[in-house]
Design a protein around this ligand. Sequence first.
Ligand code: UD2
Ligand code: MN
Length: 369
Amino acid sequence: MSRLLGGTLERVCKAVLLLCLLHFLVAVILYFDVYAQHLAFFSRFSARGPARALHPAASSSTNFSRPNATAPSSGLPEAPSARPGPTAPILPPCPDSPPGLVGRLLIEFTSPMPLERVQRENPGVLLGGRYTPPDCTPAQTVAVIIPFRHREHHLRYWLHYLHPILRRQRLRYGVYVINQHGEDTFNRAKLLNVGFLEALKEDATYDCFIFSDVDLVPMDDRNLYRCGDQPRHFAIAMDKFGFRLPYAGYFGGVSGLSKAQFLRINGFPNEYWGWGGEDDDIFNRISLTGMKISRPDIRIGRYRMIKHDRDKHNEPNPQRFTKIQNTKLTMKRDGIGSVRYQVLEVSRQPLFTNITVDIGRPPSWPPRG
Ligand code: UD2
Ligand code: MN
C-alpha cells in the first residue's frame, strides 16, 4: 500500500517539475520577445531624430546648454535602417505672443546691483551673454548692440532688467557691448556699425539687430525686441520726455533693423562725432530708401532712462544740423561699407560680450591756422 502511495507521489512530483520547466521556458521566450519589441520601438524614435515626446527634459537641456552646438547623439540605439535626418531635438516654433510675459514692470535705479547678483539671477544665460529658449525654436537670432564707454553702473542695471525680459520674450539672442577705446570724442553710430560687423563674426546667423543705449530700460515686457518687415523704433515714450515722442522723426534710444534693412541703408553714418544728429541721419536713411518706421503701441513703448550728466567727451556735435540736411549725398559713401576700426579686445563675460575698439578720432575741423 505504502509502495503504491510512494509511486503515485513520485509521478505527481515529476509532473509538477515538468510543468515548472515548461513555465520557465515560456517565460524566457516571452521575455526575449518583449525585449525585441522594445528595441524596435525605441529605434523607431531615434530614426526620426528627436525623442522629444519621450524625453522632454533631456531634449530641452541639450538645447539649453549648447545654443550653437550640433546636437549630441540621443544615446539610444540606432536602428540599422535609420534614415539620415537631423539629430537635434526639433522644438516647436516659438509663439508670436510669448506666454509668461508680465506686462508693466516696476523699474528703479536705486538699489545696488552687483554683477554677481545679476549673474546668479540669470543662470540660463551663457558666456558672452548668449541665450536660446529651451522649449521652442525662435524665428530670428537677435544681436543686441550697446554703444559704450565708462557706464559700468548703467550696464549693471541694463543687464539686470533686460536679461529676464529677453528670456521671457523667448528670444535667441546675444548681448554685445561695443566699448570705445581712449578718451577722444564719442561716436555712437560708428560703434553701432562696428557692433553689427563684429556680432556677425561671432555668429553669422544673426538676422535681427537691436541697437540700445546703455541707460534705457523698457517698462513693459510686451515691447518685443524683434525685427519686423520695417525698421522698428522701440523707445517711443521716455520718462525724460514726459512719456511722449519728442518729435515726429525721432529715432534715438532703442531701435531695431533686420540685417537686410540695415544693409539697405548702408548701415549708420560714421562721421557724427559727439552728441546728437546721428539718430536723425539714420531716420533720413530709412525714409530715403522708402521704408517706414514701425512702433509699438504707446502704452507698451514706455522707458525709464537712468539719470546722468552728459559725458565730457560727448559734447554736442556742432555740425549736426548741417550734416542731417545732406544724408542723401553722404549715405552712399559713408556707412557700413566704409567703416574703419581696429578691434583691441574681445572678451566673453558671463552676461555680455565686450568688444573694445579703436574707432579713431574726428578729423580736425575747422582747419586750424
Ligand atoms: C540721446 C539718445 C541717444 C542718442 C543721443 C545723441 C535718448 C534716450 N537717447 O541720448 O540714442 O541719439 O541722444 O547722440 O534720447 N555713451 C556711453 N558713454 C559716453 C557717452 C555715450 O556709453 O560717454 C552711450 C551710452 O550707451 C548712452 C548713449 O551712448 O546711453 C547715448 O549717449 P547719452 O546717454 O549721453 O545721450 P542722451 O541720453 O542724450
Ligand atoms: Mn542717455
